[in-house]
Design a protein around this ligand. Structure first.
Ligand SMILES: Nc1c(NC[C@H](O)[C@H](O)[C@H](O)CO)[nH]c(=O)[nH]c1=O
Ligand SMILES: CC(=O)[C@@H](O)COP(=O)(O)O
Length: 138
């Protein structure tokens, strides 16, 4: 059994709760344990994963970025994804469940476990990457 860290950016509480429900459900269905670490926004998620890198078997990044009026959306959406990918290429097993949407309706559809279940999808991706990491180790 693996211990998986979910790092959630608690920027939109109700949307995060749905993503977390999906992620936790998928991890539990696969027979693994999980803990959750909360950070303020998506930009803090990669740094938190980097700090915890040696303590967990895999990581699920959870959050929601909704486009506003300024270029900030591009920074938060792009830089969080870029940093998560950098950590992935460093060899960490990470599933990216940070939604980047035009509006709340798009985010709701993707967050709900009964619809697109992007939290569950990210958790399954993290578990698959962890399995690959183990398969290629040593
Ligand atoms: N606008 C969104 C943010 N912005 C906050 C940043 O992620 C960060 O916490 C701040 O710049 C301090 O470093 N975060 C989200 O998760 N979602 C957003 O829509
Ligand atoms: C991530 C964003 O774009 C948003 O939350 C910030 O909104 P704004 O660009 O209107 O400041």
């Amino acid at each position: 059994m693996a211990n998986i860290l979910i790092v959630e950016a608690r920027f939109y509480e109700h949307l995060n709760d749905l993503l977390l429900e999906g992620a936790r459900g998928a991890i539990e269905a696969a027979g693994h344990s999980h803990e959750t670490l909360t950070v303020p926004g998506a930009l803090e998620v990669p740094g938190a994963i980097a700090l915890a890198a040696d303590k967990y078997d895999a990581f699920v990044a959870i959050g929601v970025v909704i486009r506003g009026e300024t270029y900030h959306f591009e920074i938060v959406a792009g830089e969080s994804a870029r940093a998560l990918m950098a950590l992935t290429l460093d060899g960490l097993a990470i599933g990216n469940g940070i939604l980047t949407t035009e509006n709340e309706a798009q985010a709701l559809t993707r967050a709900r476990p009964t619809e697109k279940d992007k939290g569950g999808e990210a958790a399954k991706a993290a578990i698959r990457m962890m399995e690959l990491q183990q398969a290629f180790a040593g």
